[in-house]
Design a protein around this ligand. Sequence first.
Ligand SMILES: NC(=O)c1ccc[n+]([C@@H]2O[C@H](COP(=O)([O-])OP(=O)(O)OC[C@H]3O[C@@H](n4cnc5c(N)ncnc54)[C@H](O)[C@@H]3O)[C@@H](O)[C@H]2O)c1
Length: 382
Amino acid sequence: MSRFEWVSDSCRLLWHTAAEFDRTQPFKGLRIGTGIHLEPKTAALLLTLQRGGADIVSIGNLNSTQAETVDYLRAHGIDVIGGPTADPVEQDRNLRGVLAARPDLILDNGGDLFARYLEDPYDGLIGGTEETTSGRDRLLPLRDRIAKPLLVINDSPIKQFAENTHAVGPGTVEAFMRITNRMTNGRRVTVFGYGSVGRGVAMYFRNFFSVVTVVEPQPVLQLRAVLDGMEVPDRAEAIRTADVIVTVTGAPDIVTAADLRLFKDGAILMNSGHLPWEIDVPGLRTDRSVASTDEVVDGITTLHLSDGRAIHILTHGHMVNLAGPRPLGNSIESMDLGFTLQARCLEAVASGSVPSSSCVVPVPAAIDDLVASAYVALARRA
Ligand SMILES: NC(=O)c1ccc[n+]([C@@H]2O[C@H](COP(=O)([O-])OP(=O)(O)OC[C@H]3O[C@@H](n4cnc5c(N)ncnc54)[C@H](O)[C@@H]3O)[C@@H](O)[C@H]2O)c1
């Protein structure tokens, strides 16, 4: 059985939707441009959209595209532009290649396609979807210029708890263990950000017997962390005591060279936020206090400081659950839910039932209910 067949087997909600799309053909005659991590679960989403009649032109995100998935999609008639890359210049060229195909609908992940669409708008774009928090934050100030129906999957309660908390959380712990092969027990883990992803990361590390500290600027979320049993010392203390530091804020420069004086000898830095800017890896590597740098093994970079301390950075600060050796990303079931939200939202936008005033807004509650009911019905039948 191939990885794709294994993944397919658990995408019960997507296949249920695809079987309906075979009949209803919501995307007949439409081209969908997609810019989202290309790995086996995304393949199930793209094949579902294809069964709905869509012609698909796609690209992966920076540093998370899997070559076998690209081959698989191409073998199934999906046009994939470019391949795996960590080079922002090549990525930019490929993103523009997707837009050159003038898609009628855009499925975006991080706002890369919509932001470039605004540089050179074309007639015929109906609207689309955005998957992430980071993409929403980037596109929100642009909503008057986009002025098309654009539904944000991240802002569905289903995505928040099924994926952000209960998939990225365990996935980040799994990535720590997979890449370092070290135990989590008794380690002091500091998590920056206590949004839906950070809370999952913190809770799952704690469930793996770590002592977890949270750094979060919003008082209400700090309170939530306290009531969840997390420690919330000041920022410097949280860094000074950490064996492992995880950033999940969506914001840049959360950990920088200014923190080098604080790190414990042997501290491990990793990021699960969307963009590789939360840990300022270039700034850390080039700081005067760094005497030498080692690429130790797959996904681990060690900085040797001139005072004898060493710190380790995982996967060059890219999303740790989707990088490093053999990354599997979020659980299949969580993505089956999230991607069914994607398929249903694109169906709604394609049908013209979402007004252009619904630009960068959460998934309509009726779609949340439809997807939740379908999942529960399938679970009851299992
Ligand atoms: N790795 C993955 O597979 C994956 C999946 C989903 C989302 N994400 C990404 O994870 C990131 C977080 O997503 P979210 O939904 O939890 O976002 P969120 O906005 O709900 O939470 C982010 C939190 O970070 C806090 N924050 C901001 N600046 C901070 C700082 N300087 N120090 C400490 N905390 C700070 C904010 O106050 C906020 O509470 C985003 O980049 C998102 O795109 C990654």
